[in-house]
Design a protein around this ligand. Structure first.
Ligand code: 5CA
Length: 437
């Protein structure tokens, strides 16, 4: 893509309404545009990053055997009345009437809808376990939407649901998701800490939030630094190994303020290992057994033909929130550097262009074609602007690699720079290898 053709409305001014870096940066680089309070349009640059995040989430869900489907955004109030949450959910739920006067709502989450799908589809224990997920817009009429995409009204979420015959089997599904989440966030260059958490309006008595460290986070966290030593890659996708993983995590203290107990924290964690800081919740998993299946009469026949309520859990990842959360975690010293796996482009070519000399632009175009042929997603900054402005702009856009075509690039060797490091002079072959690594 040529930068001059890209729909990227960059602004120099700091948007007054944006209080945190990610919100400022997303507005300044034209990743999003607010349409009304807490509701945003996703412009090409922001949408591209969000789609890459979505794809990683999808691949890791598929890896553990979850199946993708799609449920609607608009739901009937009937199923929410059955579960008892229609009144409980309160004003965060956006309630709508259709032309027949039927009460509908814009789904804030999907426990009821998936239970309804399940109860009319499967009846035998032989079909279990099942893991289903979708990636769909949600709406919560947040009283104070803020921080851009971090706490907004309309947001993009991956929500998965597990169905098992017994509590014991269900814990295995929970462990799989726990593992999948750690791998998912790792692939985005994030170290997410699983923390015991409250279950709030979703319910149940087992729950973990996945939190990444950031000063601007809304969650207060208390954890043992040793939690970072547990490496999810050392566990395998089988029940035994995943149970061991859960046990290893449970030995290391990590809790949000709702679950925090000072005495326990001081007893379990040595003073110099204590981490008391802020974080952003990027995922949340719940086990709630028959909380929905019972009132909604969602049963399954066990092997003796006896009807039992199916045991369920739900598992969310804030796909759109992650775009902002990753900026919060990775924006350092006025430079944004996207992790390679989700960067909007693999590399940007920055030629020094002047009115009477188009030689550098010609060279840049040749490299552009060459990289394109190798399936490298490349951005070419063909805008006629001085280099210092260009560098400032690319510090904001955050493409991790730059090929700079100026005085240091000679013949077939070019100046190559990874953001936040020194540049080096390399052949195009070596550059390709670095980008693809
Ligand atoms: N039904 C469960 C699991 S599927 C559920 O809804 N969980 S949740 O409420 O914790 O939301 C899941 C994730 O969505 C959160 O971890 C967070 O990353 C994201 N999220 C929740 N509310 C918002 C919001 N207002 N704006 C942006 N992202 C949000």
């Amino acid at each position: 893509m040529y930068l001059s053709k890209l729909f990227i409305p960059i602004t120099k001014d700091l948007p007054a309404e944006a209080k945190i870096k990610s919100h400022q940066l997303m507005l300044r680089t034209g990743m999003i545009k607010q349409s009304s309070a807490g509701i945003y349009s996703w412009l090409p640059l922001g949408f591209k990053v969000m789609k890459k995040i979505e794809q990683i989430v999808r691949e890791e869900q598929n890896f553990i055997g979850a199946q993708e489907m799609l449920m609607p955004t608009i739901q009937s109030s009937e199923i929410w009345k059955e579960s008892g949450r229609y009144n409980d959910y309160g004003e965060e739920m956006l309630r709508i009437k259709d032309r027949q006067g039927r009460e509908m709502l814009y789904g804030p989450t999907n426990e009821e809808l998936i239970t309804d799908v399940f109860r009319s589809s499967l009846k035998s224990y032989k079909s279990l376990p099942q893991l289903l997920y979708h990636i769909q817009w949600k709406f919560r009429d947040e009283i104070r939407p803020r921080f851009g995409v971090m706490r907004c009204k309309e947001f993009y979420m991956k929500d998965a649901y597990s169905f098992d015959l017994s509590d014991e089997e269900a814990k295995k599904s929970y462990n799989k998701m726990f593992y999948s989440y750690l791998k998912t966030f790792n692939r985005m260059g994030l170290k997410a800490i699983p923390m015991s958490a409250d279950t709030g309006p979703i319910g149940g008595d087992l729950s973990h939030e996945f939190i990444i460290l950031a000063d601007t986070g809304e969650s207060q966290i208390y954890a043992d630094k040793n939690i970072f030593e547990i490496n999810p890659d050392l566990y395998k996708l089988n029940d035994q190994s995943l149970q061991k993983m859960r046990e290893d995590f449970s030995k290391v203290y990590a809790a949000t303020d709702e679950k925090y107990k000072e005495e326990e924290f001081n007893k379990m964690v040595k003073k110099n290992n204590q981490m008391i800081t802020k974080g952003i919740e990027v995922g949340h998993i719940f086990y709630f057994s028959d909380k929905y299946s019972k009132p909604m009469n969602c049963t399954i026949d066990d092997k003796n033909g006896k009807k039992t309520f199916v045991k369920m859990g739900s598992y969310g990842i804030g796909v759109s929130r992650l775009v902002g959360a990753i900026i919060e975690a990775k924006y350092i010293n006025e430079v944004m550097k996207w992790p390679k796996s989700i960067s909007p482009f693999d590399v940007v070519i920055i030629p020094s262009i002047s009115k009477n000399n188009k030689e550098n632009l010609d060279k840049a175009e040749k490299i552009y074609d060459e990289l394109k042929k190798q399936n490298i997603d490349v951005l070419l900054d063909d805008v006629d602007e001085n280099m210092s402005n260009k560098f400032k702009k690319h510090d904001l856009i955050g493409v991790p690699y730059q090929i700079i075509i100026g005085s240091k690039s000679k013949g077939n060797n070019f100046e190559f720079k990874e953001l936040n490091s020194q540049s080096e002079i390399l052949s195009l072959e070596k550059i390709k290898l670095k980008i693809k690594k």
